[in-house]
Design a protein around this ligand. Structure first.
Ligand SMILES: [Ca+2]
Ligand SMILES: [Ca+2]
Ligand SMILES: [Ca+2]
Ligand SMILES: [Ca+2]
Length: 436
């Protein structure tokens, strides 16, 4: 069917035809092409194992079909593989990915109460034992970036330290999965740092730290050696901010900041995304330019070109009210620094990562929810830039609290790592992308 000499599968029901590309070894990977009629979901035996598999086509645009092989895999990911870590993962724990030891393999860093824990990627879809870092306090946010220009990833974490104005931690990476003891910084607010990002906002070649608190957006301009100048507060946004994002939204070549600000409580919660322009005058401060409000609270945010027009867009996940209301994913398309009204899809709500999981050139979303019907890990495929499609549930264990995506196996396809809370021993899981 696909002309490679390997047997493929064609399956059809009343309204759908799916062609599965054969690997020549009795396994099948992803869909090669399809024709759809009108159904949202159908069940056919795609892999001739006697069990009907789920095919969903949530509309009639291309790129919307997902395939779940009953008993074999779900979506286009292999069954998860669990790894034992250290510490006690809970809601608020964070997992991030990056290459810590410059071997070309994506490693993971987990922020638990009191310390970062790294796991080096050993190849073949395996991670090494936990490497425990020195302690820091209760962490609200974390990112991996090289802040001292030595090409080694460092940890920058936002903390909540009651009675202590030092609310940021920088831990310089040693290039082997270990980090130096933390140096503490004051972001100028004296409040809990709920979001943190690293970028060169004053365009002097040195990475700077941008962070937000309940009431402010702060810039710490970097000296390039892991030290920073005095904090500057600027831009708009007062409230319970949960995320800081950096990117050039208006295309003037200067980094802008987006902060997500929560107002109201429970069923009256709303989130406003404030777009703050980088002013480019060399002092690293921001100027408010526009905002857009969504009818939800916010637990995580991400930035990327979601519509395929070359401009950076924004997505958030949140939950309305008491977790029994609508929970999920909001896509805000950006045009020249102005965000459009969000488009909603059901999804997870506790963390969010963007990656092109099905290789169609459009960024998809992965999100998690703890303890909601046993927990969820959900992928929402991007409908060719028009919106996110309906959620695809991957078979997760209970209580996923954080998620990251990277090519952990080195095959060019983004895989997923999720952090599971309230388990002994502490555990994270790798979902290998099988859509190639
Ligand atoms: Ca590595
Ligand atoms: Ca570094
Ligand atoms: Ca700088
Ligand atoms: Ca995609």
């Amino acid at each position: 069917m696909t002309g490679d000499g390997k047997a493929d599968i064609v399956a059809a029901s009343d309204d759908i035809t799916v062609v599965l590309k054969g690997a020549g070894n009795a396994t099948y990977s992803g869909f090669e092409r399809w024709v759809t009629g009108g159904a949202d979901n159908t069940a056919v035996d795609l892999n001739a194992d006697g069990r009907r598999d789920l095919v969903s086509a949530g509309g009639l645009r291309s790129g919307e079909i997902s395939v779940a092989f009953a008993g074999v895999a779900a979506g286009s990911f292999r069954a998860p593989r669990n790894f034992v870590s250290l510490g006690e993962f809970a809601v608020g724990s964070i997992v991030k990915s990056g290459d810590l030891n410059a071997d070309g393999r994506q490693d993971v860093v987990i922020a638990v109460a009191g310390s970062p824990v790294a796991h080096l990627n050993k190849g073949g879809g395996r991670f090494g034992p936990p490497l425990l870092g020195s302690g820091f306090s209760e962490i609200q946010s974390m990112t991996l970036a090289d802040v001292n220009n030595d090409d080694r990833l460092d940890v920058v974490a936002g903390a909540y330290q009651p009675g202590d104005t030092d609310n940021l931690f920088v831990m310089l990476g040693r290039g082997n999965g270990r980090f130096d003891p933390p140096s503490t910084l004051n972001n100028g607010s004296g409040a809990a740092v709920l979001g943190v990002a690293v970028g060169d906002v004053d365009a002097d070649g040195n990475p700077d730290i941008v962070s937000n608190t309940f009431t402010s957006l702060s810039v710490l301009r970097g000296n390039g050696d892991g030290t920073f100048r005095a904090p500057q507060l600027s831009g708009a946004g007062a409230g319970d901010q949960r995320s800081t994002l950096l990117g050039d939204l208006n295309g003037d070549g200067r980094l802008d900041a987006v902060s997500a600000v929560l107002s109201g409580t429970n069923d009256n919660a709303k989130t406003t995304l404030y777009v703050n322009n980088g002013n480019g005058n060399g002092d690293g401060t921001f100027t408010f330019s526009s905002s857009r409000t969504a009818d939800t609270n916010v637990h995580a945010a991400a930035i990327g070109d979601l519509t395929g027009d070359g401009q950076l867009d924004v997505a958030i996940v949140g939950v309305k009210g008491t977790h029994s209301g609508r929970t999920g994913l909001y896509m805000f398309a950006n045009a020249g620094g102005v965000l459009a009204a969000p488009k909603y899809q059901p999804a997870g709500w506790n963390d969010l990562v963007l990656a092109d999981f099905n290789g169609d050139g459009f960024l998809d979303a992965a999100s998690v929810c703890p303890a909601l019907g046993g927990g969820c890990l959900r992928v929402n495929l991007n409908r060719a830039g028009a919106s996110f499609g309906p959620p695809i549930d991957l078979p997760t264990a209970h209580d996923p609290v954080s998620v990251t995506a990277a090519d952990f196996t080195g095959d060019g396809l983004p895989d997923i790592v999720e952090l599971l809370a309230a388990r002994t021993p502490s555990t994270f899981a790798l979902f290998v992308n099988a859509s190639g």
